[in-house]
Ligand binder design. Structure first.
Ligand code: HEM
Length: 412
């Protein structure tokens, strides 16, 4: 089907495997108006200036509107109440200051140093177990066998979700991740699935919070549910929204970073070998991955006032697409941007966004990915791609392979 704008081509699943040539064409105009009235921002300089601009609002989520079910009690009474609750309490990623800053401050307090250090041991244990499970096989699917289960297990342990509920959490996370995908919001079936999963996980969280108040433990949910006196606290609806956000924002993103990481390393065998020989290379290699193959390609905002930028005016009320992944490949900012170069010195990428909404889970994501990639290159002997490029999930914003088949000689 012909596309009326370049960005429409970006969102076309047929271009998911390699959107970078399209980004290069988009960068010819730092800010370009699309036929639907939105503005796509694609150069590093323009993204950088807008990401710190208080005239950009993150409260751009369309109001919750549950699709009709045919059951009058649900359609006229229950769902309108649920819609009102959801609309009044958005997770902090969809909020502006001052509420955003208050909620973010409360959540960040729970990422204590001992807790994040403790995660190290947990992650090492989970990673080891997941790799042990595929022993004896000559082919694996990295997504299914490894990248997908890992982050949900980690966030469950941090939050304090009982181990027996992790599998259910993984299912909810998968459905809810699409709520962060601006390009899937219009799909009625998807909206129904999201609303159902959202209700189920909210009920579950409400129960778990009650339990954490009765029997507090040393986990994040207990910390959030039992604030110290005199410290800022959040109401139950914000608490539930924050817990769900931690699960959703940290799941598919980390899955994609680990999967993109192995894909990129197998495509660059010299780098894979260097990492195997020297695990200390991981932190810099991960920064380069976040630039070169970022899990989050774009996020949207709303203009609160007229904004003059790069010779055009974005009018108040317009939707703005910050195309982080295009900024990451901008030759005006990075030397030889299409080259994967873990030794790159100057690497201020937008892999974790920037400004007020800079990723709150970045330290955790870095730890998980470092332990995962180091273990994978050490233990998967002679890895090779079974299909290149692999099939991708349809989302253009959270971009990553749906499957990654890897052939191996054995597990070390
Ligand atoms: C590789 C993994 C990850 C990537 C690439 C990533 C990327 C991002 C990006 C680009 C943003 C900015 C969103 C915006 O500007 O609208 C963001 C925000 C956020 N991330 Fe992550 N993320 C990752 C992992 C995690 C993890 C593990 C968690 C938590 C457990 C997490 C929690 C959050 C939260 C709560 C926000 C919202 C922050 C705010 O609005 O102030 N992320 N992330």
């Amino acid at each position: 089907m012909p596309h009326d704008t370049l960005f429409a081509e970006v969102t076309d699943p047929a271009n998911r495997a390699n959107p970078y040539p399209l980004y290069a064409r988009l960068r010819e105009k730092p800010v370009s108006r699309q036929s639907d009235g939105s503005y796509v921002v694609s150069t590093h300089a323009a993204i950088r200036s807008l990401i710190f601009d208080p005239r950009l609002s993150s409260e751009d989520l369309p109001p919750s509107q549950r699709p009709p079910t045919g059951n009058p009690f649900k359609d006229w009474i229950v769902n309108p109440i649920k819609n009102r609750v959801v609309n009044a309490h958005r997770p902090l990623i969809f909020r502006d200051p001052p509420d955003h800053d208050t909620l973010r401050g409360i959540v960040i307090e729970q990422f204590t140093i001992p807790r994040v250090r403790g995660v190290h041991r947990e992650v090492e244990g989970i990673v080891g177990d997941l790799i042990d499970k595929v022993r004896g096989r000559s082919e694996i699917c990295l997504v299914e066998d490894f990248s997908y289960p890992l982050p949900v297990m980690v966030i469950c342990r941090l939050l304090g979700v009982p181990e027996e509920d992790e599998e259910q959490f993984q299912k909810w996370a998968t459905v809810l991740a699409t709520a962060l995908e601006p390009d899937s919001r219009g799909d009625e079936k998807q909206r129904h699935a999201t609303a159902t999963a959202f209700d189920a996980i909210s009920d579950y969280m409400r129960g778990l919070i009650r339990e954490k108040r009765k029997n507090p433990a040393d986990d994040m949910l207990s910390g959030l549910a039992n604030p110290e006196s005199g410290k800022p606290a959040m109401g139950d609806v914000d608490l539930i929204a924050s817990a769900i956000l931690l699960l959703v924002a940290g799941h598919e993103t980390t899955v994609n970073l680990i999967t993109n990481g192995m894909l990129t390393l197998i495509r660059h065998p010299q780098e894979l070998e260097r990492l195997r020989e020297d695990p200390e290379r991981a932190p810099r290699l991960i920064e380069e991955l976040l630039r070169y193959e970022p899990p989050v390609h774009f996020r949207t905002r709303k203009a609160l006032g007229d904004i003059d930028i790069a010779g055009i005016t974005i009018p108040a009320g317009a939707s703005i697409v910050l195309l982080f992944a295009a900024g990451n490949r901008d030759p005006a900012r990075f030397t030889d941007p299409d080259r994967f170069d873990p030794d790159r010195e100057d690497n201020q990428h937008f892999g974790f966004g920037g400004g007020l909404h800079y990723c709150l889970g970045a330290p955790l994501a870095r730890i998980e990915t470092e332990i995962a990639l180091n273990a994978l290159v050490r233990r998967l002997v002679a890895p090779r791609l079974l299909e290149d490029p692999p099939p991708y999930r349809p989302g253009a914003s959270l971009r990553g392979p749906e499957k990654l088949g890897i052939g191996i000689e054995r597990i070390a």
